[in-house]
Design a protein around this ligand. Structure first.
Ligand SMILES: [Zn+2]
Length: 134
């Protein structure tokens, strides 16, 4: 778990990993009505199965996926999930999860077609790049 405390450079992450983010958006659309979740580490997108008991309302990334990411050379670069029917702002549960994961998060709203990217509950909303839209 040596990379557990590694900091993530947010702007660099969003720029370099744009392609991964687009892949996630595609995956999130396929997962509707459920929330989709994924991790970016080693500069690659790793899709996860949503293990939440109510996947239309919450998401849970399997612990084994989290451990793999933390133990990878880069550590977790970004935790991603989708909000099928609400805005991209983090829920209270999301903000708690952010503190625990110590990583940057991306939330994609399928309803609003916007992204929230931030850390510790502080973030910014941006439009999905045009080329990410079907
Ligand atoms: Zn959420």
């Amino acid at each position: 778990m040596s990379n557990y405390h590694q900091n993530t450079c947010l702007s660099e992450t969003t720029l370099v990993l744009e392609e991964s983010i687009n892949q996630f958006i595609e995956y999130a659309r396929e997962c509707v009505p459920n929330e989709a979740c994924a991790l970016i580490y080693n500069n690659q997108l790793h899709l996860s199965e949503n293990k939440a008991s109510l996947p239309t309302e919450h998401f849970v990334i399997p612990l084994s996926d989290m451990v793999k990411a933390y133990e990878s050379p880069t550590g977790i670069q970004l935790v991603l999930h989708s909000h099928p029917k609400s805005s991209p702002e983090p829920s209270p549960t999301d903000i708690e999860g952010m503190k625990t994961s110590r990583a940057a998060w991306l939330i994609f709203s399928i309803k609003h077609q916007t992204l929230w990217i931030g850390e510790n509950g502080q973030g910014q909303i941006s439009r999905v790049p045009k080329y990410a839209l079907c």
